[in-house]
Design a protein around this ligand. Structure first.
Ligand code: ZN
Ligand code: ZN
Ligand code: FE
Length: 766
């Protein structure tokens, strides 16, 4: 009897792959077994030669919807005379190319059963199957088997066991299988008191929300805080109690309400919203008008974040309440989202009126992912639930296990094992002790899940970053410091599997430069392990350090001083009229005397300055707020044109914003509308990117340009720059799967460490 061993790698665990193989093999009367190995699926199959060939043809042709086959390797084996075909128990095995399945939103079949009164899982808040349900957030170790998940403690009832073992059932070997009888139980609590369980808990949650209350809900990757998004009082109370700045809050709406809004924002918005990952999709705020949201939900932001229900519990609540719900992460201010029940009840005691929780432990924190849609497609702003920890396949496999710890803002970490770069879920800003602890935890878990202890640890060059401190404390044979913008370029390069030299354009808010200045408007030629800075925005002082991030008017003063001298010109007078005179005078003095200032080439801060000079925004409560407003008001700019001055004298070109600032000041004096000014400013930035990059392309012979850094979240800049660069005949690399902001930094750090290790060129740590 012909017999073959088939190894299938890719995303093949936790997606119903073994049942699929089983069905295929038994239909062809083949014998043998299928088994989850460390990170792949092994099929040992035996039978009639023609049937075996058909099997091999069909296997890669129609895998389950969420599976992604990376490679199929087949070799023949001596006959074993298998009697039947079976699904064998998973076997752990350390190896490269591991795939941890991401969490999957409720599938259509399960959603239908959820609302079918005749179904035994009618209204079961933990319904799932081989095609849907929690994965990443409940997995302790690989391979993916119920015993290695937080479902292990729930013993299957007889009915569930029968389905689990029935190859014709769609829950055949569904590791998360559960029902009312044997699954996790929902409870509604206030303080330590259990008020209701099961559907009673759901009813209480719905009543509380309908009455304007706030409910903490345990989800897949952490707790959410939910309230009626149309109830102004509830929304205001949530913002107040949560200590929330002006960041817009996400809104979960049933498909009947959410889909028309997405449709208005375009086909890409619909595709992203309904994708298996179910991210938060940012659409223009006007598009969400029909939802009738309380104004506090978007808080004046130009965009609104919407998402569809993705757990059975969400579906039930959405159906019972039939209205949009605020669904924001369950944390206080900037702390990481709570995942542990005790921690949640402590952290959220003053915020939530009711807790809806359950007895299935969350193993890994995982925030909702965020995707922004725009005219030219979409970009990922936060890569977390649904996407993490799907690896980015590298063109240059690492020869050592590398861990990169990212930066202190929008932190993620990245583990390299073989050709796979595994990025963690979003960890966030490391400005609280809890966030730092979350980073430590993520580092430990990452090693555990993949059974790897890192040999090389990569971190940011910033000596004061907490992530740097943590990296230095980790045991490893090597530590590698990577300059922030170098890491940004490599992050983009890694995604595109590009091994050639590139011209990197990195525009962002803040990154520690090789000269100790705050960089953020950089052109780098990146070749192999080297980065060479060829141009940058001319330095201006950042008055008061971080205070200049919170108060864009400070950067307006700095740029006006650079453009007009200490008098600040006519626009300075308009600005002064809006700001407290004493504080204004102090900032002017800081600049004149060069005290309490750090030099910066940040384009993010230039956007802040322009937003303030244009009278759009003098103070913000989160980074990027001013730039977002500037982008939102930008109209067509045919009637005014601005241009940067480029000084090509030195080794690195200096790009001077002064002529742009002077022209803007003139247009404000001429009472030109803000839309025209903002539009012209955007065009000038795009033009500057294209002309500087094209000039260096001619000089260096390099034809690829990588765009990275948070400024490229600005769709107008990203689209216009790419168009112009394309017009110059250059190939443009832009982020697609990993954020262009600091959320992608760890990937770039890891790539540099991998390149260094391959060259045997690793400096010993100091
Ligand atoms: Zn399902
Ligand atoms: Zn059951
Ligand atoms: Fe950055």
């Amino acid at each position: 009897m012909p017999r073959a061993a088939i190894e299938i790698t890719g995303l093949v665990q936790g997606v119903g792959f073994r049942p699929y193989v089983y069905a295929l093999a038994t239909a062809l009367d083949l014998k043998g077994f299928v088994q989850n190995r460390g990170g792949h699926v092994l099929v040992d199959v035996e039978g009639d030669g023609a049937a075996l060939r058909t099997f091999l043809d069909r296997l890669p042709a129609s895998p389950p919807p969420h599976a992604r086959i990376a490679a199929v390797r087949t070799r023949s084996l001596p006959p074993a005379h298998h009697r039947q075909f079976s699904i064998a128990r998973g076997e752990a095995q350390a190896e490269a190319g591991l795939h941890v399945p991401p969490d999957l939103a409720v599938c259509e079949c399960c959603a239908a059963e959820l609302f079918d009164p005749a179904d035994r899982r009618f209204r079961h808040p933990f319904i799932s199957c081989t095609a849907c349900g929690p994965r990443f957030t409940i997995i302790d170790r690989l391979p993916y088997e119920r015993a290695r998940t937080t479902m292990a403690r729930f013993v299957m009832c007889r009915a569930c066991r029968a389905e689990y073992e029935d190859p014709r059932n769609r829950r055949f070997h569904a590791q998360t299988i559960a029902c009312h009888e044997c699954g996790p139980v929902l409870t509604a609590r206030h303080r330590d008191r259990v008020l209701a369980a099961g559907n009673g808990a759901l009813a209480l949650a719905a009543d509380t929300i309908a009455a304007g209350g706030i409910v903490a809900i345990k989800g897949l990757g952490g707790y959410h805080l939910a309230c009626d998004a149309r109830h102004a009082g509830a929304v205001a109370a949530l913002r107040r109690r949560k200590g929330r700045d002006d960041k817009p809050m996400a809104v979960m709406a049933p498909a009947s309400l959410a889909l028309p809004i997405a449709a208005q924002a375009g086909a890409e918005a619909v595709a992203r919203l309904t994708s298996p990952e179910h991210p938060i999709v940012l659409v223009p705020a006007e598009a969400a008008d029909s939802l009738g949201l309380a104004s506090g939900v978007t808080a004046g932001s130009p965009s609104a974040g919407i998402l569809l229900p993705y757990t059975p519990l969400h579906h039930l609540l959405a159906a019972d309440l039939a209205r949009p719900l605020v669904m924001t992460s369950g944390n206080y201010s900037d702390e990481p989202m709570a995942i542990d029940d005790e921690q949640a009840s402590r952290q959220l005691a003053g915020v939530a009126d009711l807790f809806v929780t359950h007895d299935r432990r969350i193993e890994v924190r995982c925030d909702d992912s965020v995707v922004r849609v725009h005219a030219a497609g979409s970009s990922i702003i936060r890569r977390s639930r649904g996407y993490a920890p799907e690896p980015v396949a590298l063109a240059e496999p690492a020869t050592a296990h590398v861990l990169a710890v990212g930066g202190d803002l929008k932190n993620t970490i990245c583990l390299l094992a073989g050709a796979g770069a595994y990025l963690s879920a979003h960890i966030g800003s490391l400005d609280t002790a809890a966030a730092y602890a979350a980073l430590q935890h993520a580092v430990v878990r990452m090693g555990q899940t993949f059974g790897v202890s890192p040999e090389i640890v990569a971190h940011d060059l910033h000596p004061g970053y907490l992530s740097t401190r943590l990296a230095r404390e980790l045991a490893a044979s090597r530590h590698v410091a990577v300059q922030h913008h170098h890491a940004h370029v490599l992050s983009c390069v890694a995604e595109h599997r590009c091994t050639e030299p590139v011209i990197g354009v990195v525009f962002d808010g803040t990154g520690y430069g090789a000269d100790g200045a705050i960089w953020g408007g950089e052109f780098l030629i990146v070749d192999g392990i080297r980065a060479h800075r060829v141009a940058h925005l001319a330095y201006v002082p950042m008055p008061g350090g971080d205070a200049a991030i919170r108060e864009p008017w400070r950067m307006a003063v700095a740029h006006l001083a650079a453009a007009f001298g200490p008098g600040l010109g006519p626009a300075g007078e308009l600005l002064a009229a809006r700001i407290d005179s004493e504080r204004f005078a102090v900032v002017r003095q800081m600049i004149e005397r060069a005290v309490c200032t750090a030099p910066t080439s940040s384009v993010g801060r230039l956007f802040d300055a322009v937003a303030s000079i244009a009278g759009l925004c003098d103070a913000v409560s989160y980074e990027g707020q001013a730039a977002m407003r500037l982008e939102a008001v930008a109209g067509e700019a045919a009637d005014c044109r601005y241009a940067f001055a480029i000084d090509t004298a030195g080794a690195a070109w200096r790009i001077d914003a002064a002529p742009v600032i002077q022209a803007i000041a003139g247009d404000i004096a001429a009472a030109r509308p803000a839309a025209a000014i903002a539009g012209a400013f955007h065009d000038a930035v795009a033009e500057m990117i294209a002309s500087v990059a094209a000039a260096w392309a001619r000089q260096s012979g390099i034809r690829r340009v990588a765009l990275s850094g948070g400024v490229f979240q600005n769709a107008r800049i990203a689209v216009a720059a790419a168009q112009r660069l394309g017009g110059e005949g250059l190939t443009v690399l832009q982020h697609r799967r990993v954020p262009c902001n600091d959320g992608g930094l760890s990937l770039g750090q890891a790539l540099l460490a991998a390149r260094l290790s391959r060259q045997g060129d690793l400096p010993r740590c100091a």
